[in-house]
Each structure stands twice: as C-alpha cells, then as structure tokens.
Design a binder for this molecule. Structure first.
Ligand code: GDP
Length: 296
C-alpha cells in the first residue's frame, strides 16, 4: 500500500491528540518529534522536514488551537493542511498552446519511466479530445525507438521516428512540421536519458528546447529512488528549466520521500503520478488527496 510505513507512523503520532480537550505545548512537541522521525524515515529531504515541523509547531501552539473547542482535532487539521501545502496546494494541470500543436518534451534519467509515461500521457490526453503524436528522439539506445513504437501500437497512436542516424534536434523539428501538416494538436517528444546527468545530455536537451520551444518540459522521476529523485529534479530544473514533474512507480514500495520533497525543493509542481506499468496507470496529482491517503 502507498506510504504504508509513513501513514502508520503519522497516525500513531497523532492518535494521542485526537480526543484531547486540552493540548499543551509539551503534547505538541512530543507529537512533532514523532512526526519528524516518521518523515525522515520515509526519506523526506532533511530541510523540508525541518521547515514543515517549524510551520506546524508554530501554528499548533497558537491561537487557532488554544481557542478552538477541539484542540486535538485542530492540530491534526493543521498537519493535514501543511502536508497539502508542502505538495503544492492545488492540482497543477498541463497547459496547451493557443496555437497548435502543443509540444511537450519528456525528460529524465534512463529507467525513470520516460517512454512508458510518454505513452500514458498521450493516451490520457487523447481521452480528453487531443490528437497526439509521439516522437522518438532517443537515438542512443537501440531499443528505445522500438520500445516507443511498441507503446504506440498498443495504444493505436502514431510514432514519428527517423531511425537512429539523425540528430535528435532535427528529428524534433521534422516531427513538429509533420504534426502541423497532419493536424496533430499534441506532440510528445520522448528524449534520451542517461544513467547519470551529464553535460552532453543537458546540452542536447537544451538544443531541442531551443529548436522547438515546447509548451512544457515534463520531468519524469522515479519515486523509488527517494532523495536521488529529488536531486535529479533539482539538477534538471537548474540546467534546463522544467514546468512540471511526473513521479512514477508510486505503486511500488516507496517510502514517500520524493512525493513529499520534490515540490518544496524545486518549486515545480508534480502534475501526474504513475501508478503501475500499464498504459492506463497514470493519474493527475492532487496534493489534498495525497495528504488524505497519507494521513488515512
Ligand atoms: P525510460 O528508460 O525512462 O524510458 O523508462 P521506461 O519507460 O522504459 O520504464 C522503465 C521501467 O519502469 C519499465 O519496466 C516500466 O514498465 C516501469 N515503469 C514505468 N512507470 C511505472 C510506474 O508508474 N509503475 C511501475 N510499477 N513501473 C513503471
């Protein structure tokens, strides 16, 4: 189950306060210590934990609690609200160009789920009335083009490819021209990933960005990698600038750290989450729903 360990521990930490008619500063301190440990164990970024604890503590010993009729409940409400704020407050939607086609550039490390997610997103937005074209720009991994073609054929969505001998910038430009001539209103570019971030990769991504001016650069990160996922997001955002984050593999046995830290660290919203290997397993990300899932 999603964030099982974290959920259990947070619920445990708050249980003592639930029915309390009076909440002392000591009660709050004790609870916050347990919450802090639970978050650190879930691999949430240290600075994010510190800020979060600070914010909740300040509110929890303030007027809004002291003057309320159910102080215990009030503290729990504050934890819930601050958890939502941490993850971005509201659902951030992807945006569309006023002049089609809308171009999304999918970026991320190898294995993060970029190719699968490109297909998932095309499928999801097609259900909302878009006509998507998938573009194979990963020319370094021989299997990558084939993989996108397999995803495309499973979905019945066309994949634009020029093989692996053409420069990715030229492929991207040609794909956009192709989309315009065939009335595709959404172009999803699957770019190359590497095992680690390097200059060469960033330069190539910057060149594609310059060439096609995407509406959104969507960074795909693997939530199973915890703090690493957050570091990767920070680097991509600094070097390339990203508009949104897609967290994959949240169905796995993740500790939740990435989901809880990535927005706070990068300032960029999580827009979708991947919840499985199938091409339907993608959901828009709602911070309030996630907070409720975590707090039970
Ligand atoms: P890429 O190298 O970034 O293009 O990554 P792929 O799209 O090839 O995905 C790598 C692996 O992760 C594949 O086995 C996918 O099926 C798997 N995967 C991708 N997204 C998810 C997800 O949300 N949940 C799970 N469980 N697996 C995923």
């Amino acid at each position: 189950m999603l964030f099982e360990g974290l959920s259990g521990k947070l619920q445990e930490a708050m249980k003592k306060l639930r029915g309390k008619g009076r909440v002392t500063e000591k009660d709050v301190k004790e609870m916050m210590r347990e919450i802090k440990l639970a978050l650190l164990e879930a691999d949430v970024n240290f600075k994010v934990v510190k800020d979060f604890i600070g914010k909740v503590s300040e509110r929890a010993v303030g007027q809004e609690v002291l003057e309320s009729l159910t102080p215990g409940q009030q503290v729990i409400k504050i934890v819930h609200e601050e958890l939502i704020n941490l993850m971005g407050s509201a659902n951030s939607k992807v945006t569309f160009s006023s002049k089609p086609p809308t171009i999304y550039m999918m970026v991320g490390l190898q294995g993060s789920g970029k190719t699968t997610t490109s297909g998932k997103l095309a499928n999801l937005l097609r259900k909302q009335g878009k006509k998507p074209l998938l573009v194979a720009c990963d020319v370094y991994r021989p299997a990558a083009i084939k993989q996108l073609q397999v995803v495309g054929s499973q979905l019945g969505i066309e994949v634009f490819s020029m093989g692996d001998k053409t420069n990715p910038v030229d492929i991207a430009k040609a794909a956009v021209e192709y989309a315009k001539s065939r009335q595709y209103d959404l172009v999803i570019i699957d770019t190359a990933g590497r095992l680690h971030i390097n200059e060469e990769l960033m330069e190539e991504l910057q060149n594609i960005k310059e060439a096609v001016r995407p509406q959104e650069i969507l960074l795909v990160v693997d939530s199973m990698t915890g703090q690493d996922a957050v570091n990767v997001a920070e680097s991509f955002n600094e070097k390339l600038g990203v508009d949104g984050i897609i967290l994959t593999k949240l169905d796995g046995d993740t500790r939740g750290g990435a989901a809880l830290s990535v927005k706070a660290v990068t300032g960029k919203p999580i827009k979708f989450i991947g919840m499985g290997e199938k091409l339907n397993d993608i959901e828009p990300f709602f911070p309030d729903r996630m907070a409720s899932r975590i707090l039970g």
